[in-house]
Every structure is written in C-alpha cells, then in structure tokens.
Design a protein around this ligand. Structure first.
Ligand code: ATP
Ligand code: MG
Length: 658
C-alpha cells in the first residue's frame, strides 16, 4: 500500500460548550483537560490510582503495567470482584434507593430496578447459576434481548468469575452456534422471545436449533418475556429450565455464600468474550479482562458523559455490542448512574418513539449512533419537534464517522442548540472510548472525533510508522498499551498479534484511517481497507460520503471503488434520498456537481446508484465490503454475512443495477 491518504473536506465550524454547562462539568476547561491528560501519560500509575480510588479492590495494585507482547498485565497484584464496584458499593450510599435501570418494553410496559434491587437480583441469579455448576473460568453464553435480565445475567456471571459472551439477539441460529462453539460455553441464557417492531423474535426456538450443534452447552435457562401464547417453546427435559423456576428453587448454603460474599479475582481474570460486529470480515472473539477494563469504562463514563446525581442516561445501543457492555452495564453502573434501557425499535409504533421516551422519563444524556441519526433525519423533523426534549443536556455519538450535516441536525433539532455533542471513537478491541471531546472542557467540530481521552497515546502515521504531518491522512495507531485494551482474541493469540500489533511494528493498529488537524483534533476518514483510489488520489470513504450527505436531498451515502481498466478504480456511490426527493438523472447530475464543488473534479462519481436502504451490520454500520461486490457485479455475497442485518437489501441493490 502506498503511503498517505488525501484529505480534501474541510469543516470549519466550532461549537463551544455554554458557560453554564462548563461551570457544572467535571472537567471545566481545556487547560484542566490538558493537565489531566498529561498526568495520565507521564504518570499513569498515579493517574489511575487517583481516578479509581472509589472502585472496590480487595487488594490494591502494586504495579501499573507489565508488557510482554501479547501479554499485558495491568494493575498487577490487584484482586477484585467487578460487581462490587458496580453494585455492592452503592448499597452503602444514597444510590441504594436510586434507579439503576429504568426500563421500557416495546409494548409500553415499564420497570425500574434500584441499585438495591439490581444487587438482589444479581445475587439470586448467581446463586442459582452456581447451583447449575457454573464456576470461575467457565464460559456462559447470553442470547437475549434488551431486558434488565440481560444485564443481570452478565453481572451474575461476572460475580462468579465466569466469562460471559453476549450474542446479540438479532443473530441467526448459525451465528449463535458458531460463537458458542468458538468460546466453548457451558450454559446458555436466553428468553422465549423478544419484541422487535411489533413482532416477536423467537429466541428460544432459534437457540434450540443452535444448541443441537453445540456439544459444550449443558444447561439452557429461559426467561419468560412474551408468554406461551405468542412465543411457544419446547423445553428439553434435563437441559432447559425456566428462569423463574430456577430462581424459586431452594438454594444450598454454599451456593448462596458464593453469590453473597463473592470471590475476588486477579486483575487479569477474563471478564467477557465479545464478537466484533463484522463490518470487514469474520467476527473476532475479543477478550477483555477485569481491572483494566473496569478502570477504562469507569473513568470514561464519568468524564465523557459527565455523569452526576440526577442524570438519567440513555445509551441506545444493544447490550449485545461493546457499547452496551461498556456504556449500558459496566461503566455507568460503576458510577452509580441511572440508566434507561429500551427494548425495541426506534420507529415503533411510529418514528417518534425515542423522543416520547425522552419526554416520558426525562432523559438527560442521550448516546446513539450516526445510523440512527440519519434515519431520524429521513423521517423528518416533525417527530422530534412534537416532543418535549428540554430535559436533555448532553448528546453522544458512536459507531461510524458522523457526517457534519448529521451532526448539526442532531445538535439543532435534538439538542435544541444547547447540548454539547461528544463524538466518541473507539472499538470492541479498545474496550473504552479513546477519542472524544470532554463536553464542558473542549469545543467540538462537526465530524471530528476530538482529542485523545486520558491514558490514550494515539497518533496518525505512515505505513512504516513515521508520523504524518498536520492534516495529512494516514493510519490511526495507539502507541502504547492502555488499561481497557483487549488482551487477545479468544484462543488465538497469533491472530491477535498479527492483526493488531505487527502491521506496524510496536504499535496497535486500529484498521482506521485518520488525520489530525492543526488543533490536534482527529478526523476518522474511514477504514483503511476501504480507502478509495480515484484517478491517483487516495481518499477515505467518509470524505466522499460526508460531501454527499451535505447535499440537502441526501440522507445517507456509501462510497466504494470498483476495479476499472483505465483508472484502476472507478468511484461508485450508493445514495439514499430524504423523503420526498426524486431519484432521477437530474438529481444525479446535481450530486455530481456538488461533489466536484466540495472535494474536486477528480472525485466525481463514475456511477451514482439510488437505494432505499444500504446493507448494514446488525449494529447499524454500512458494510462497504458487500457494496464493493455489488458494484463490481457479483451475484452472490462472498465471505461472512452473518452480521448483515437484512439480506433483502443486497438482493434489491443487485436487481436495481443500472
Ligand atoms: P469488524 O472489526 O469485525 O470489521 P467493526 O470494526 O465494525 O467490525 P466495532 O468494534 O463495533 O466493529 O467497531 C469499531 C469501528 O467502528 C472503528 O474501528 C471505526 O471504524 C468505527 N467507529 C466507531 N466509532 C466511530 C466514530 N466515532 N467515528 C468514526 N468511526 C467510528
Ligand atoms: Mg473493527
């Protein structure tokens, strides 16, 4: 690969947090951010000791890091049970009666669990998991929807020292089977069914198909969410047990003891295995351990979301993704925050659902993804405008580069112009947020993912690791280990080392392309594998896509390269228009002219294709890998499609070929 990625798109707007926001924020000025950041890099031991002093360690760490690739040992000497930081510690404070989880089901039913109640439920479930033979080091699979029991299940496993692997409830039986077999889970927790857009996803039935081919699963615990009438299930004698029946069992004193006075584990005890969303290929079983992960998600939740008493924080991700692990469960709970959890689709029964939820519960912090924001833009401003969103004080974004136009819409229509936006760049592998702006301390720039978070030594470099200059595009790398980083890929140290630590010697390679501007702000320009080479210009997908989205007709866009005899690569763009706009040649010509103006003549697409929808992963990311195949006329998808949300979208794109 040749060095360097060009960057043409310039976004000059800056949004400064209000004096009022800053005055109450945890970090109130840029100078304060710089001083903490400097400490985190120069004296990490001291920084992490100070910042984790409220967490519960049975024995305190005696060292910060021993690093011997691929083995990273953070917080050596420490022992802990992560659930004591997330639950037990709050029972001694005013958080005892505070809501930990405020839940809304898709049909409209609601439930609130205080920290006291959440702790009690976790202890009850871990007691019974112990009675089923779950022990420290075992793997447990969780195939559930967005119900409080999913968080309870994760915490119950962690309490016993069992490694959980949450498999997103939208996955097929095959995807579930492969993931269970990869991690060798002994027990599976699932539910009869989950609500999704008014219909039922028959989780238990799908689990049955998977479990028929998973030799390691001994027991299946089934939550009754829907009921036998709408979600009939078959229970296999000796293997399957209803969740409520299990909890009703008399517990043996030794099992109760394990749950009530849980063991402390080594700092590097494995906490969970999570498969990545698979935007670029076969999902990887990312392994996270205990103390470093907890430190990372705790400190980032506290500072990035500026959590305080009185907040109701809502992260709309599914618990099945890393965002759900770090920023629905472990991070916010370790801070004693009140978290909203919603079961269903954003457009059920209508596209106003999210805004109604915010209004009904008084959500103060909203953390969502660009894919959702672009869908809301498409559905029109009336839906959010009809709701009272005045309780919101802070907005967040994660998952993909956010196009500047989507950013400003989010700021204006959802945030009423008053809420700072934190765009957070990170990955399943990084465990916690790596790049962002601290909301009260730094201004933000639409489309930029901001500055390095505490403890993150990150840079943009050329192919052999030489630093790139200001605004010069290159590879985004992390120069030294950080506490919440993945420790390996499950059972595959070799792939872990070669995928992340050997591409550029001595640094962690993220797989993303980026540039750093004159203010030190990072701009992710897309994935390195997707970088386009048009007429000799190497350019990131995000730049072309953001240029398209800045046209008033366009809701969403994806840019891919197609092999071309003359040019090497032809530029093909897939465009989804806003409601009411017409897909015709005139629009194509306008879009082409628009790109020429925003980026340059060379970037005029060779082909513009209109689409009702783009192929996405189940976590909502555009799958350019598949679009590349469609663009070059492939009739069948190659490679892993287990994470593709809707196969029909691909078929339609092929049929629509111009
Ligand atoms: P796979 O690694 O299996 O292909 P994936 O990379 O989509 O899947 P995740 O770990 O969920 O799996 O996503 C991390 C990636 O998402 C990042 O590497 C980056 O490409 C993108 N991303 C996440 N947040 C942002 C953001 N704020 N801005 C730009 N890109 C982002
Ligand atoms: Mg990735």
């Amino acid at each position: 690969m040749t060095d360097g990625i060009e960057s043409r798109l310039r976004e000059e707007r800056k949004f400064v947090p209000s004096a009022e926001f800053s005055a109450h924020a945890r970090v109130q000025s840029h100078a304060e951010y710089v001083s903490l950041y400097t400490q985190s890099i120069e004296s990490p031991e001291e920084f992490w000791r100070d910042q984790t002093c409220d967490l519960v360690f049975r024995t305190r760490p005696t060292s910060f890091l021993e690093w011997n690739l691929p083995k990273a040992k953070f917080f050596g000497g420490a022992t802990l049970n992560i659930t004591e930081s997330c639950l037990d510690r709050h029972l001694k404070t005013s958080a005892r009666t505070r809501a930990a989880i405020v839940w809304e089901g898709e049909p409209g039913d609601t439930r609130t669990l205080t920290y006291f109640e959440l702790h009690r439920e976790v202890v009850r479930l871990s007691t019974q998991l112990a009675s089923l033979g779950v022990r420290a080091g075992d793997r447990v699979a969780i195939y559930m929807g967005m119900v409080p029991e999913t968080a309870i299940a994760m915490l119950a496993c962690a309490r016993l020292g069992a490694t959980h692997s949450v498999i997103f409830g939208g996955f097929s039986s095959d995807a579930l089977r492969d993931r269970i077999n990869d991690c060798g889970a002994k027990l599976l927790l699932t539910q009869d069914g989950a609500w999704r857009r008014g219909s039922i996803v028959p989780l238990k039935q799908m689990a049955d198909v998977a479990v028929a081919q998973t030799p390691t699963i001994e027991k299946v615990v089934v939550l009754r969410r829907i009921g036998a009438e709408k979600a009939p299930v078959t229970m296999k004698e000796g293997r399957d047990v209803w969740w409520d029946d299990l909890l009703a069992r008399e517990a043996a004193p030794e099992h109760r003891a394990i749950a009530e006075k849980p063991a402390a584990f080594d700092a590097e005890h494995p906490l969970f295995v999570l498969y990545t969303s698979g935007s670029t290929g076969k999902p990887k079983g990312v392994l996270h351990t205990t103390a470093g992960y907890l430190a990372g998600v705790h400190v980032s939740s506290k500072y990035v979301f500026d959590l305080r008493e009185g907040d109701l924080y809502w992260c709309t991700a599914d618990v099945g993704w890393v965002t759900g692990h770090s920023y629905i469960v472990y991070g916010p709970l370790s801070c004693g925050a009140s978290c909203l959890m919603y079961e269903g689709a954003p457009n059920f029964p209508d596209p106003g659902r999210f805004w109604k939820i915010i209004e009904r519960h008084g959500v103060t912090i909203l953390y969502t993804a660009p894919t959702a924001i672009r869908a809301f833009i498409r559905w029109g401003d009336d839906w959010p405008n009809k709701a009272d969103l005045s309780s919101l004080r802070l907005l967040g974004s994660v998952g993909e580069p956010i196009n500047p136009e989507a950013w400003t819409w989010y700021h204006r229509v959802i945030g009423g112009g008053r809420c700072p936006i934190v765009d957070t760049w990170w990955q399943t592998e990084t465990g916690a947020i790596m790049l962002t702006t601290l909301p009260g301390a730094c201004y933000s720039k639409p489309g930029s993912t901001g500055l390095p978070f505490f403890g993150v030594d990150i840079a943009v470099v050329k192919d052999r690791g030489e630093p790139c200059g200001t605004n010069e595009g290159g590879k985004l790398v992390v120069k030294s280990p950080w506490p919440s980083m993945a420790r390996t890929l499950y059972n595959d140290d070799e792939r872990y080392v070669s995928a992340y630590w050997k591409q550029i010697e001595g640094v962690y390679f993220t797989g993303d392309g980026a540039r750093k501007d004159e203010d030190g702000y990072f701009w992710v320009v897309g994935r390195i594998d997707d970088v386009l080479n048009v007429a000799g210009h190497r350019i990131g997908t995000a730049e072309i896509e953001s240029a398209l989205v800045s046209h008033p007709f366009v809701a969403e866009a994806a840019a891919v390269g197609k092999p071309d005899e003359l040019k090497g690569q032809a530029l093909v763009v897939f465009v989804t228009l806003k409601q009411g706009q017409t897909a015709n040649d005139e629009t194509k010509a306008n879009l082409s002219k628009h790109i020429e103006k925003e980026i340059g003549k060379f970037a005029r697409p060779d082909s513009i294709r209109f689409a009702d929808a783009l192929p996405k992963t189940r976590s909502g990311k555009i799958m350019r890998r598949l679009l590349k195949e469609v663009a070059s006329g492939a009739t069948e998808a190659k490679g892993d499609t287990s994470t593709l949300e809707d196969l029909g979208v691909l078929a339609k794109l092929r049929a629509d070929e111009d």
